[in-house]
Write a protein that binds this ligand. Structure first.
Ligand code: 4AD
Ligand code: MG
Length: 482
């Protein structure tokens, strides 16, 4: 018999087709099911698929057989053969079986039935063991790899922008304070206020809401950069699309305008979707079946018109629709839900689009991704470039069905005098952003960029309906378990 210690482990993903048969392998994984005292379905996470292990009952001690419960970690040495039964093409004839870690069947919470996603969120430490979460997190990996490939192939440099920041100019959301001061008993200045000068950085600091301002500094020398890091927003929004900690991809390109920005966003989204379709085929097929299954319980009107992979392919194949904000407002005011007073939030020029409006535009009006441009200056950030009309800025949001905003970006205001005026309009003291303003003083140039919410992308590609189910350990108000 082969000594298990002499063999290195073969992942199950390498053992699924007939070309690997006839050889001895060491395989490890977690038991999914054990039936007829003979067939063990084992999953090792390398793939959605289980490998069937055939156990010889007469050669295996009874107390070992009893421990082959769902969830147990097992190791086998055996010969891979073409499967005798249907349902799989190969199986492992076990010659040597070891239980690495038992799982008490009375206590192990993940059983072989379909658990609700709510239940599994409370078991986030074990939910990776389900087919659904295994698939989601493998797709998540493929997507992040695709993002890096896309930018690398186009000659971008990844820039690691800071996670702790002393700047609060971005205005993208409420910030999480970072401090080493004793919160029970902070040092006080003479006037009784907290003396932030004695804090770790000698000033107030926070977790970043975006790496954009720093990425702009990099782009003004390296030409094309991108960030891909965690960002933090202390908004109290308990929706299926908001996290307090999420990952964002932020490219920034010099010598480019809003048209180039829109093109980059569309190319990027199409590239990563295409990559997922090619490299996460099995997992997407599984998620597609799962979605169809779940939607069987829903009324027709709430179901998707197309299965998941067809929807994604359609996005890859068709050009995105472009609308200005002004056109979008006109369309919305002429829409049925507006006329029947079905929208909760007002629709008028100057007011930000709400999720219900975005979703009507993409789901009902266009039926695919839409890029909305040229928003009113007052509802967008200070750094966005003023348009000639004196009312709007060169902003763009990419909206997609089921999600709403997946990307937000703009051309940046590169004219020093205009930017200084905008700082004043937005009540941003120039001394807080002196370094940002200096890039406009020394060799300023047109440039633009955008931010893509990575979890919204993962939701879009996997079809998962809640953002808490596409990040391993979600951070939301009142929730930082695990
Ligand atoms: O539109 P946002 O706030 O834009 C920025 O932060 C800019 N600095 C980006 C840039 O131009 N470099 O956020 C960008 C994207 C949104 O379109 C959305 O996909 C995602 O980030 N996002 C969130 N995702 C999850 N949870 C939240 N709370 C999010 N807030 C924004
Ligand atoms: Mg936005």
């Amino acid at each position: 018999m082969t000594d298990a210690n002499d063999l290195s482990r073969t992942p199950i993903s390498n053992l699924l087709d007939a070309s690997a048969t006839g050889q001895t392998h060491k395989v490890c994984g977690w038991v999914r099911t054990f039936r007829n005292d003979r067939f063990l379905a084992v999953n090792d996470g390398s793939t959605l698929h289980n490998l069937q292990w055939v156990v010889d009952k007469d050669q295996t001690p009874d107390d070992l057989l009893k421990k082959l419960n769902t969830g147990a970690a097992v190791q086998a040495v055996g010969t891979l053969i073409e499967s005798q039964g249907g349902g799989q093409s190969t199986e492992l004839v076990v010659e040597e079986l070891v239980i690495l870690g038992e799982a008490d069947p009375e206590e192990f919470p993940i059983q072989m039935k379909r658990h609700s996603l709510d239940f599994l969120r409370e078991k986030a430490h074990l939910r990776f063991r389900t087919n659904t979460f295994g698939a989601v997190f493998r797709v998540r990996h493929v997507l992040q790899y695709a993002v890096h490939s896309f930018f690398h192939e186009r000659g971008f440099y990844q820039l690691h922008t800071p996670i702790i920041t002393g700047s609060d100019a971005e205005g993208a959301g409420e910030m999480f304070r970072v401090t080493t001061l004793d919160v029970e008993n902070p040092p006080r200045a003479e006037d009784g206020s907290v003396d932030v000068g004695q804090d770790f950085f000698g000033k107030e600091s926070n977790l970043t809401v975006s790496g954009q301002l720093e990425a702009e500094l990099g782009a003004m020398a390296l030409g094309q950069v991108y960030t891909f890091g965690p960002t933090f927003r202390a908004e109290n929004s308990n929706t299926s699309r908001h996290l307090a900690e999420f990952w964002m991809i932020e490219p920034e390109i010099a010598f480019a305008d809003l048209k180039d920005d829109m093109k980059l966003a569309e190319d990027c989204l199409k590239y990563v979707l295409q990559c997922a379709l090619e490299h996460a085929t099995d997992d997407l097929a599984f998620l597609e079946r799962r979605e169809l299954d779940v939607e069987k319980q829903l009324p027709q009107a709430e179901r998707h018109d197309q299965p998941l992979r067809e929807r994604l392919q359609a996005v890859v194949d068709a050009p995105f629709t472009h609308l200005t904000y002004t056109e979008a407002i006109d369309l919305l005011r002429n829409s049925k839900p507006y006329k029947k007073k079905k929208f909760k939030f007002p629709v008028e020029w100057g007011v930000d689009l709400q999720s219900e409006h975005e979703r009507w535009l993409v789901e009902k009006h266009v039926g695919g991704p839409v890029i909305v441009t040229d928003y009113p200056a007052g509802i967008k950030a200070f750094y966005m470039r003023d348009n000639e009309d004196g009312k709007t800025v060169a902003a763009m949001d990419v909206l997609v069905p089921g999600i709403g905003e997946i990307i937000g970006g703009s051309q940046r205001e590169e004219r020093l005098d205009v930017l200084k005026k905008k700082c004043a309009d937005f009540n941003i003291p120039e001394e807080h952003v002196w370094w940002y303003l200096e890039t406009r003083k020394f060799g300023t140039a047109p440039h633009c960029g955008f931010g893509m919410g990575f979890e919204r992308l993962v939701m879009y590609v996997t079809g998962m309906g809640n953002i808490r189910d596409v990040i391993p350990f979600p951070r939301t108000p009142q929730n930082a378990e695990f």
